[in-house]
Design a protein around this ligand. Structure first.
Ligand code: IMP
Length: 434
């Protein structure tokens, strides 16, 4: 039996966002909710994101395709704000096809979504290798260079361009020539030939053409017809290009970009669910005030299986940072929290919650959204007694140990947002609805 999702009530058009540095478990929440929605829309990021969904004994890994694809009646949309690597997308479509997931009627791709090309991935890797100990720690999927070309306009290629061989050929010839000059001058890199890229991407275009359309119009028509839409932000609020821990962020608005990334205004939303781990993790470089570079961090990593879905990198782990969480919840306009991986916290004598930052002699509860300022703060902790009981079999909030309830009450009180969902394991049935 699955959890009683109906107890979340009439939640209307909903957006799901991660409130930390990614990997909070958004995929599980999307998977639980999509059964009640007609559309599942992704608005940002690319194949830097990774979702894992467990259904029975089957495990599905998603990078680009929204996990709503597992529900046969749900139409999944890659909206204009997503950057699409067509080779990765086709690989994911093939893998899903092999697992028996039907795509034909259920996937739509925006003609305005920008395309990740081989020189983007090359630029991403080479620019990182030049940064030394100020590396961003990117996923090397070409995300930053692709969004940079979107902003530069003259070097951009969109899904619509892929479908037109003449336009694609003209653009690729010109852009590859410019890129080769940059790559050679900055990194002494070997030049790329445009023709093989053209051949490969044209072949992708032929396969993807049936899915490409004007997704903003599709969504407006769906909303007018009273269809329910679930929007899904990839990456997470503290990686948001404008509001995250800049420059250690990704290159899209992951917390706040729904309207630009889909063409649907935020006023269409009734509910915004913020997904948060019961502790914190971060993959890649950048400040992380509550990081535990010790036995505690190692325990969290092992118990939480904290290795990246996209890159396999071990994640950095630490205590829950309430200062950062409240900030993220505010910028995203969150109406409810989903607390994930609470089971990982069993068996600690005490747990720590960060409720302030000390900088020199000052203590503040405001979050500085700049890496250089955040690197200079020391966390101020409140200690909460832990619990021994394993939580994996708990099916009702009333059956949680008292100290687990106290921990969650403190989170709710600090963030001033109600907790709507608690997750105690990866499976659908390991979910408590409040
Ligand atoms: P990029 O998005 O590949 O440019 O990487 C920029 C930063 O965001 C790096 O620290 C990545 O590890 C991080 N990042 C990007 N996407 C995700 C995600 O989905 N989960 C966790 N970290 C991510």
């Amino acid at each position: 039996m699955g959890p009683d999702i109906a107890r979340l009530g009439e939640i209307g058009n909903t957006s799901i966002v991660g409130l930390q540095w990614g990997d909070e478990g958004k995929g599980k929440i999307v998977d639980l909710l999509t059964g009640g929605f007609h559309y599942n829309v992704r608005w940002n990021g690319g194949s830097n994101a990774g979702h894992c969904v467990k259904v029975g004994d089957k495990k599905y890994a998603f990078h680009l395709i929204p996990s709503g694809i597992l529900h046969p009646r749900c139409v999944c949309v890659l909206a204009n704000g997503v950057v699409i690597d067509p080779i990765q997308l086709l690989r994911e479509m093939d893998e899903l096809g092999e697992q028996g997931v039907e795509l034909r009627e259920n996937l739509r791709i925006s003609a305005q979504a920008h395309v990740v090309l081989p020189y983007h991935k090359k630029q991403d890797q080479l620019s990182e290798s030049r940064l030394g100990d100020r590396k961003i720690g990117t996923t090397a999927r070409g995300i930053g260079p692709c969004y940079a070309d979107k902003a530069s306009r003259s070097w951009a290629i969109r899904m619509g361009d892929l479908l037109d061989p003449e336009r694609l050929g003209e653009k690729l010839r010109r852009i590859t020539r410019d890129k080769n000059r940059i790559l050679s001058a900055l990194y002494d890199a070997e030049p790329l030939a445009w023709e093989p890229i053209f051949e490969q991407y044209r072949s992708c275009a032929v396969q993807l053409a049936p899915y490409v359309c004007d997704t903003a119009q599709l969504l407006h028509e769906a909303l007018r017809a009273g269809k329910r839409v679930l929007f899904e932000g990839a990456n997470a609020a503290l990686l948001d290009l404008d509001h995250g821990t800049f420059p250690f962020v990704t290159s899209s608005n992951c917390g706040t970009g729904l309207s630009a990334g889909t063409g649907v205004p935020a006023t269409a939303l009734r509910t915004v669910l913020g997904v948060v781990k019961a502790y914190c993790s971060r993959v890649g470089a950048g400040p992380f005030p509550t990081e535990q570079n010790n036995d505690i961090g190692e325990r969290l990593r092992l118990r939480g299986h904290e290795y990246g879905t996209t890159t396999g990198r071990p994640r950095r782990c630490g205590w829950l940072d309430l200062v950062a969480l409240r900030y993220a919840a505010r910028i995203c306009g969150v109406t409810g929290l989903c607390v994930m991986l609470l089971d990982v916290l069993s068996n600690f004598d005490t747990l720590a919650l960060c409720t302030g930052y000390r900088r020199e002699s000052q203590v503040t509860d405001s979050f500085p959204p700049d890496a250089y300022d955040l690197e200079r703060v020391q966390p101020v902790y409140e200690t909460i007694p832990g619990w021994r009981e394993p939580l994996e079999e708990v099916r009702s909030p009333a059956d949680l140990p008292d100290n687990a309830r106290r921990y969650l009450e403190r989170v709710e009180a600090y963030v001033q947002t109600p907790i709507r969902v608690i997750s105690v394991g990866p499976a659908r049935h390991q979910t408590l609805i409040l």
